[in-house]
Design a binder for this molecule. Structure first.
Ligand code: G3I
Length: 418
């Protein structure tokens, strides 16, 4: 038999405490935005503490699969060969099949959490299997393969995505087209063809052009505006531009520079989203760098808040624990608003303040009462769900009391000991 025992602790805390009101997503919605969100990746979802915060819809109303929907060999083995009749027979059966498994996991998570899904990405030069990027294509066969890919993937996720990044990173830094297999074989027409194909497969999903280093005026931003005009001139649907915003502490464009840039995109009649925001620094992180990073995040998010065509902001994962930055930029990192231990950094407060939120810092001197509920077995041994374990949610049949911490409700499906 199990007994419930209540222990009441009265703590006179003298430790600095952060008091938060509404979170990032709730505050963004209050400002008229559709969402504040985060990217994620499949390997991270086994980290219960990580998953709990990702699923905290007070902070995140939207998620993006950081890798799971890309045209990698792992996600779409042998896929592009399907339309290449010459090689069709050489494909092993397993190579000719789609694998939506990883993408579906993240789509299902978003649905379960009630979060919007930004889908990423359909046509990109990176991560292509060699036999696509180095294959022998004609204009006709590559258009057919690209259309086949887009049609199948968009149809599979129809009704699940708020938006698709249809074409990703088509530009060089000077605003000219990147030399990739699509441009080399099809010319710039690959862009409107891609958008028209996606629109035909799902007329309701928002279709975006997505790129980096287009967060302030300049050649590359002008190039992105040209792409929007090109797609529009072809009569194809393009709904938005995604500003990736992989920025650098201390070099982030000012709010006013970003506002000017956003106005240029808005004048073309498209929506705007910050799609992959992170702001990296040269390590080690210092208090001064963290303060500057907070200001940089604040300026960027405030630019979105101030432009009615800017629908939302997505950070490229939320914790330094899973950031892509250190593996690509040696000696740099600490780019996200949560640190490697999932603790909020000053950047969180910078974002929240841009969203009109109510974070405040101070030293609490009043007594705080913490009520801890423990489960005690009749033998006298204290039991309960371990820290970070699940302790409730719809259909949950396991323990509902925590050995340490308390059972925090994240949503109707998931409560966790924290
Ligand atoms: O999953 C495999 C794993 O099985 C294998 O053992 C391991 C060994 O290298 O690789 C793992 O795949 C890696 C994947 O991330 C998942 O972690 C790839 O090698 C690695 O190249 C891939 O990097 C991603 C990168 O895009 C390239 O696709 C980053 O996580 C992702 O954050 C980054 O995201 C891009 C956006 O899509 C576009 N904008 C820029 C942004 C940052 O580079």
């Amino acid at each position: 038999m199990v007994q419930l025992k209540k222990i009441t602790l009265v703590l006179a805390s003298v430790l600095p405490q952060w008091v938060y009101g509404a979170g990032l997503h709730a505050s963004a919605v209050a400002k008229g935005k559709l969402y504040f969100g985060s990217a994620t990746d499949n390997g991270e979802l086994t980290d219960a503490a990580y998953l709990a915060q990702l699923s905290n819809t007070d902070d995140f109303g939207q998620i993006t699969p950081g890798n799971a929907q890309k045209v990698s060999e792992a996600n779409f083995p042998g896929f592009w060969r399907k339309t290449d009749c010459i090689q069709w027979d050489s494909i092993e059966p397993t190579q000719g099949t789609f694998s939506y498994t990883k993408g579906d996991v993240i789509a299902d998570l978003a649905a379960k959490n009630g979060q919007k899904l930004r889908c990423h990405t359909l046509v990109w030069h990176s991560q292509l299997p060699n036999w696509v990027s180095s294959g022998t294509w004609t204009n006709e066969t590559l258009i057919a393969a690209m259309k086949n890919h887009i049609t199948n993937v968009v149809t599979h996720y129809k009704g699940k995505c708020y938006a698709w990044d249809v074409v990703n990173e088509a530009l060089n830094e000077d605003g000219t087209y990147r030399t990739n297999i699509f441009y080399q074989t099809i010319g710039e027409a690959y862009l409107p063809i891609a958008f028209a194909t996606a629109a035909a497969a799902d007329p309701d999903v928002k279709l975006y052009y997505n790129d980096y280093n287009i967060e302030s005026s300049g050649s590359k931003s002008t190039g992105a505006q040209q792409i929007i005009k090109l797609v529009q001139q072809y009569g194809a649907k393009i709904d938005g531009v995604g500003l990736q915003a992989h920025l650098i502490v201390g070099s982030t464009p000012s709010q006013s520079a970003q506002a000017t840039n956003l106005a240029a995109f808005a004048a073309l009649g498209v929506d705007i989203a910050y799609t992959e925001l992170d702001i990296r620094m040269t390590l080690p992180s210092t208090a001064a760098l963290l303060a500057q990073q907070s200001t940089d995040y604040k300026n960027t998010v405030a630019a979105c808040v101030a432009n009615t065509k800017c629908v939302g902001v997505t950070i490229w994962d939320y914790t330094d624990k899973y950031s892509w930055v250190p593996s690509v930029f040696s000696g740099q990192g600490a780019a996200l608003p949560w640190d490697e231990n999932l603790a909020k950094k000053p950047a969180y407060d910078g974002i929240l303040s841009a969203l009109g939120g109510t974070a405040s810092a101070g030293t609490t001197t009043t007594a705080a009462t913490v009520v801890t509920t423990t489960t005690t077995a009749s033998s006298g041994t204290t039991t309960g769900v371990a820290l970070y374990g699940q302790c409730g949610g719809s259909g949950w049949t396991g323990g509902t009391t925590c050995a340490s911490g308390s059972c925090k409700v994240f949503n109707q499906w998931y409560s966790q000991c924290l």
